[in-house]
Structures are given as structure tokens and as C-alpha cells.
Design a binder for this molecule. Structure first.
Ligand code: 5GP
Ligand code: MN
Length: 321
């Protein structure tokens, strides 16, 4: 979109496009989290209940994380190969750039209209209608605004999807501002039950994971620069669920001495997905962007080819810059 529009105008426009759509495909980013999938499913459930033909998908992995699958109460999730190749309306949720949609980014060129909902400051802007607001804590905040603009009811199923994204992207409301707390209250009133939701999403791992976590913590290294990192070998990445693997960085960030923490996960023999977190002073979005990724100042990520040492060297170089 070349015109300069406010977020409010974009929300109104997105609501108009979605309210008039007969078929809608909603996409979450690669390795979807609760914010991406919660946004897509909240909108998807509401549109499906209004009579639209709805698909929700993501390019990788093959199935939704076990902790998020129960949000799909209408059975809207479809495997990436079965996604409509040219949907009437395409919605991108929580993807900071087209590349974060993986192979499904091709739909941006084939869809009739595209709506992008996101809150990453590093998002360059893409899609016909761009609901992009780096001020909000989670993309579900924007999904909620679009639902309200559509006049769609926030029923318990929709509320759970929105709450899931809000509670996780704010790390249990630690980084939530007043408006996000008010939205949380509204969602709880609408039927989202915080305890079972947060337990499944943030506080529950199989006992067998303790061994994997123990190994990850034993391998952790604290460097004089304030970089604290650990590596997770391919065998562990394959053995445990994404819920377990992705939780390592949250444990690392509790080290009081650390400025920047990195969980360096081996996703192929020579390919590494890296989660970065800042404890305050360092903007990790800048580091991630320099290394081909992106994200937020306090939480960012990238994926990179090379040996473990090469990836670590790249992080050290970017951190020093
Ligand atoms: P996580 O470490 O939880 O996977 O990601 C942290 C944040 O960085 C999330 O907001 C996520 O969307 C973003 N992020 C992770 N990897 C990438 C990437 O490769 N590119 C971009 N643009 N953002 C990323
Ligand atoms: Mn998000």
C-alpha cells in the first residue's frame, strides 16, 4: 500500500475486506507460536461462524504444536500442501516479513487481496492492507481490533485464541501496558480461563524434558561481553516438542549476569535457528536483522547456515558492532 494510512484506518479497511470475503486463507509464520496461530484462528473462527469458507495454515512444521492445536475448535487448520493456491483474501498474521511465511509467501502474489497484521518494528511493510503497529504487545491485539470493527462477537473460543497470544507475547503480562491488561480482563470476562490456558502454553513439559533441559543448561556459556548462549543439537531438536526446545531461551534469560542470551538450535546438519533475548540494554532486533532475521528489541531471531562456531562468531561480531 503506497498511501500513508493510520493503524485505525487500516483496521477499518481490513474489517471491510474480511466482512465481504467468501473465502479466506489465514497464515501464521513458520514454526507458529501462540500469537501467530491465535490471531489466525481468532479471525478464522469468527469468519467461519459468519459463513465464510476458511483455511488456517503455516508452511512449517507439518502439524500445529500440541499446546496450540486445541484452539482450533472449528477444524480450520489445513496442511500447507492443501492450501487454496489463489484465495480470494489472504491474511498474514504475526509475520515480520514475507519470508517468515516460508513457501506460502507465494500466495501474496496469487491472492485477490492481502491483509497483513503484525507488530514487529522490523517489518518492512507488505500486503494490500497493512495493519502494522509496533506499539502493541502482540498481533492478537490487532486481530481483536479488526474483529471489533467487523462487529464480530468475542465468544469464548475467540477469546481463548486472543488470550493465548497476549499472555505469551507479554511473557505472562510482564511487558503488558494498561491497554493489554484491559484487553486481558475483557477476554477473561468473555470466557478465556487463564489457568488451564497458561499451564498448557507456558508451564507444562513432559518429565523426560528435564534431561534435555539439564543438558542445555550444562552446555551454557557466559562470555565476558555479557553474551550467554547454549546450543541444542539436532538430536534434541528432533527428540523434543517445539514447546520444550523454544522454552530454553526463557530459562537462559533469568541469568542475572547476562546482557544477551542466545539459544542456538541445530535444525539441519549445517543450519541453525537462533532465538535471541535481551535483558534490557541491548537491542537484539538489530543483531537479528544484521544476521538475516528480525524481531523485537527484547526478543528476536534468525536462521543461518554454517558450523556452530561460525554462527556463534557471527553473533559475537554483531553484538560488538
Ligand atoms: P523466537 O525466538 O521466539 O522464535 O522469536 C522471537 C521474535 O523474533 C518473534 O517475534 C519472531 O517473530 C521474531 N523472529 C524470529 N525469527 C525471525 C526471523 O528469521 N526473521 C524475522 N524477521 N523475525 C524473526
Ligand atoms: Mn507476536
Amino acid at each position: 500500500m503506497s498511501r500513508a494510512v493510520t493503524v485505525d484506518q487500516a483496521v477499518t479497511e481490513a474489517a471491510e475486506v474480511l466482512a465481504g470475503a467468501g473465502t479466506v486463507t489465514l497464515l501464521a509464520h513458520l514454526d507458529p507460536d501462540a500469537d501467530a496461530l491465535g490471531s489466525a484462528l481468532a479471525l478464522g473462527i469468527a469468519l467461519h461462524r459468519r459463513g465464510a469458507v476458511v483455511q488456517v495454515s503455516f508452511a512449517r512444521p507439518d502439524a500445529a504444536p500440541e499446546s496450540l492445536a486445541p484452539l482450533d475448535v472449528e477444524g480450520l487448520l489445513v496442511p500447507a500442501p492443501l492450501v487454496n493456491p489463489a484465495p480470494e483474501v489472504l491474511v498474514s498474521c504475526d509475520a515480520a516479513e514475507p519470508g517468515r511465511l516460508g513457501s506460502l509467501a507465494r500466495l501474496l502474489d496469487t491472492a485477490g487481496r492481502t491483509v497483513m497484521l503484525d507488530h514487529h518494528a522490523t517489518n518492512p511493510g507488505f500486503g494490500d492492507v497493512q495493519v502494522l503497529d509496533p506499539q502493541v504487545e502482540a498481533t492478537v491485539v490487532l486481530a481483536h481490533r479488526v474483529l471489533v470493527a467487523m462487529g464480530a462477537p468475542i465468544d469464548p473460543d475467540v477469546a481463548r485464541c486472543l488470550y493465548a497470544g497476549l499472555v505469551t507475547d507479554t511473557r505472562g503480562f510482564r511487558t503488558a501496558g494498561p491497554a493489554a491488561h484491559r484487553l486481558a480482563a475483557e477476554l477473561v470476562e468473555a470466557g478465556a480461563d487463564p489457568e488451564p490456558l497458561t499451564r498448557a502454553l507456558m508451564d507444562s513439559h513432559p518429565f523426560a524434558w528435564f534431561e534435555g533441559l539439564g543438558g542445555a543448561l550444562e552446555r551454557a556459556v557466559l562470555e565476558p561481553s555479557g553474551l550467554l548462549y547454549t546450543t541444542i543439537p539436532l538430536a534434541d531438536v528432533r527428540r523434543y516438542r517445539p514447546e520444550e526446545i523454544d522454552s530454553v531461551v526463557e530459562v537462559l534469560r533469568t541469568a542475572a549476569e547476562a546482557e544477551v542470551v542466545a539459544s542456538v538450535m541445530q535444525v539441519e546438519e549445517n543450519r541453525w535457528r537462533v532465538s535471541l533475548r535481551s535483558t534490557g540494554r541491548v537491542d537484539v532486533a538489530a543483531i537479528a536483522t544484521a544476521l538475516g532475521g528480525g524481531g523485537h528489541a527484547m526478543a528476536a531471531g534468525f536462521t543461518r547456515e554454517g558450523t556452530e562456531e561460525e554462527v556463534l562468531a557471527a553473533i559475537r561480531t554483531a553484538l560488538a558492532a
